[in-house]
Design a protein around this ligand. Sequence first.
Ligand code: G6P
Length: 367
Amino acid sequence: MKWGEYKHYMQKEIFEQPQALGNTLEMLGGAGTIQAGLFGADAAGVFEQVDSVLILACGTSSYAGMVARYWIEAIAGVPCNVEIASEYRYRKSVARESQLVVAISQSGETADTIAALQYAKSSGHRYTLAICNVPESSIVREAALRFITRAGPEIGVASTKAFTTQLSTLFLLALVLAKGRGVLSGEDEVAFLDETRHLPVAVEKVLALEPAIRELAQQFGNKHHALFLGRGRHYPIALEGALKLKEISYIHAEAYPAGELKHGPLALVDVEMPVVVVAPNDELLEKLKANMEEVRARGGELYVFADGDSKVTSVPGIQVLKMPEHYGVLSPVLHVVALQLLAYHVALVKGTDVDKPRNLAKSVTVE
Ligand code: G6P
């Protein structure tokens, strides 16, 4: 598709993701090793001192943090917490000198994230890192270390390319922390870096699903609610998918870790409730299938985003969209792109103002 053919900034920005990822990952070069210096000249020394991570962010950026938590704990074995900045800034918490505070923000000007970072520093945190898309922003100035994502300007209020570039950066952070702790084998380092560098190509293939996703979106036009399910590192992707849908199509959407279905959301399921399932072919797929059965048994319509090699097929009541590649730990980066496209095309069906959804701002610079 050519630039002039995009209808909205959001669509353009969704399609810019291969480029945005490529630009962000450029600093990696082609080497089979990763260096802490990507995060700033002093990063190696700082990362040696830290024993845990605290991520602070708002909105979509906080969901990037939630995915990162799965990576940082599983790959680096470093405890990681994620807190919504607006909550963290107003509660008494226990500062740990040895904890790395990571503020994630597209704009670098979100009032709550700035205040949370300042609060962390004033309450005794020494080590701070900003992951941000705007180099001269307040959050970057406030933090000691930095990684500037190179998503380019994001105009659409609903964040898309900023999110996937944040994810790729956070994955690199997990690798650097793992390496610093001696828990990343040389073989894994090479393999993970290869997979990371392949992301732009992999995302390109997901973008090619747009016509199929546009088809699917037609079925959401008369819906008032939707439920998104995911498990493990794809639970935050379900959250992000639901957020995208509510932000731009105004359909009320909620996301749940699929294992929680029985603890409440199952009561909402009926024929009027589309249930979107993020279903990569990972260690939790069999569990997820059981959750899908629970939904189907209540008449819920399932829209399943599966991997090419997941043994899930379309039958009445279950529509399966196969992702082009099975992508292991980095799969959240691909699955979210499909959900961005879904939200975008549902919004087109609804006729909403995609780039400027009612009541929302691109950058929330006041409380
Ligand atoms: C607003 C935007 C969201 C964004 C959030 C955090 O709510 O509409 O798209 O995720 O702010 O913004 P930040 O710039 O800090 O990532």
